[in-house]
Write a protein that binds this ligand. Structure first.
Ligand SMILES: Cc1cc2nc3c(=O)[nH]c(=O)nc-3n(C[C@H](O)[C@H](O)[C@H](O)COP(=O)(O)OP(=O)(O)OC[C@H]3O[C@@H](n4cnc5c(N)ncnc54)[C@H](O)[C@@H]3O)c2cc1C
Length: 348
């Protein structure tokens, strides 16, 4: 029997952030992750603490951003591989009225460190910007696919690639066992697949499907991320990530012709150089109605915990969420009430 402090189920950004937090705190862990890629692997990995549709900051944006970058760069250093690719975001204006809104927003505390107040009118090769554009600083892309794969390689002795079977879990008040693993705690980091978890079936995970295109555009020499009706982000070479749709009804993992058409239409409003589609992919973001993480402990089984609800901002949110959950599980600090799953429990 292998004995560890924590069994982690699921290894996307949430599972990785929790594993890294345990490692930094000297706690042992074992990971079970199925071969099917989660939403972390198709994400653009853009980190940006501002909301460019509404010209404001995301919830806890500054604090999450401050914690996330050193967290990932420490992993880069340890694994001797680059995962963070800083790129300014170019916000393409859709109406001239946005110029004034931008300048007002760029003067507001918090936003002022990210929004460059200048409105640019000069052209960018291959980009359609008839109403000008502005820049968001201190943003970029985390190569989530490479990070997760490299981390998995590094913990291969502590990783089982298989689907977790809930019926094989035995829980006692002081420990739990799953096959040959004995652990004090189990943290479920399953992304949208949490909807199949019988232990947390009452936690309201909504889920929003996102379809994306990977395109080849040899004449587009972008070193920045474009934000218009969608994001177009450079992946290196001539490849770009373009998306994503935000679909609330369809929760399947099927790509659709309508999804591809919707993205192509947006791409053609943003660039005027030829491109070819290399592939179309989709996954479900683990979104929550109140747009806050889902962290906490099962009401009856005190050694079962949940790490979910990373929404569409998993890159920035996961490191801080991992730290909150670790402190909660280890009795060091209560979870912020906005993220605790007990906010959904019926009050008697
Ligand atoms: C199209 C799209 C674009 C996005 N772009 C961005 C972006 O630019 N920036 C950003 O910050 N966020 C982005 N996101 C959101 C981001 O992907 C999520 O917030 C984050 O990846 C969620 O991570 P997670 O670890 O909770 O879930 P996941 O990444 O889905 O990982 C869950 C893991 O658990 C495994 N698993 C599930 N159930 C089981 C089981 N029973 N047994 C074993 N393993 C299991 C899955 O196989 C998977 O590996 C995007 C999402 C989508 C869909």
């Amino acid at each position: 029997m292998k004995q560890v402090d924590t069994l982690i189920v699921g290894f996307g950004l949430a599972g990785l952030a929790y594993a890294e937090t345990l490692k930094l705190q000297g706690h042992s862990f074992h990971v079970i992750d199925q071969a099917q890629a989660g939403s972390s692997v198709i994400a653009a990995g853009i980190y940006n603490p501002t909301v460019l549709k509404r010209f404001n900051m995301t919830w806890q944006g500054e604090a999450l951003h401050t914690a996330a970058l050193p967290f990932y760069s420490a992993i880069e250093e340890r694994l001797s591989k680059q995962f963070i690719f800083p790129h300014p975001i170019i916000k393409l204006f859709a109406q001239t009225a946005e110029h004034n809104q931008w300048m007002v927003a760029s003067d507001r505390s918090g936003l002022s460190s990210y929004l460059d107040p200048k409105i640019y009118n000069n052209s960018i090769l291959g980009v359609k910007a008839p109403l000008g554009y502005a820049k968001v600083k201190h943003c970029g892309r985390l190569d989530t696919t490479a990070l997760i794969q490299a981390y998995k390689n590094c913990i291969s002795a502590h990783l089982t690639t298989s689907s977790f079977e809930y019926s094989k879990l035995n829980i006692t008040p002081s420990y739990l066992t799953y096959g040959e693993i004995k652990a004090k705690h189990l943290v479920f980091c399953e992304g949208y697949a949490m909807i199949n978890n019988p232990y947390f079936k009452d936690v309201p995970l909504v889920g929003s499907k996102g379809q994306i295109l990977i395109i080849d555009a040899p004449e587009l020499k972008l070193e920045t991320i474009l934000k218009g009706p969608i994001f177009i982000a450079p992946l290196g070479g001539d490849k770009y990530w373009a998306g994503a749709s935000f679909e609330q009804q369809d929760k399947s993992l099927n790509i659709t012709a309508e999804g591809a058409k919707w993205i192509k239409d947006k791409i053609e409003r943003m660039i005027d150089v030829p491109y070819t589609i290399e592939k179309q992919i989709t996954h479900i973001r683990p979104t929550v109605k109140d747009r806050r993480p889902l962290l906490g402990t099962h009401k009856k089984y005190k050694n079962l915990h949940l790490f979910n609800g990373m929404g569409s901002r998993g890159v920035l949110t996961a490191p801080t969420a991992a730290s909150w959950l670790f402190k909660h599980i280890n009795g060091q600090e209560a979870l912020p009430k906005e993220v605790n799953i007990n906010r959904f429990e019926k009050k008697d």
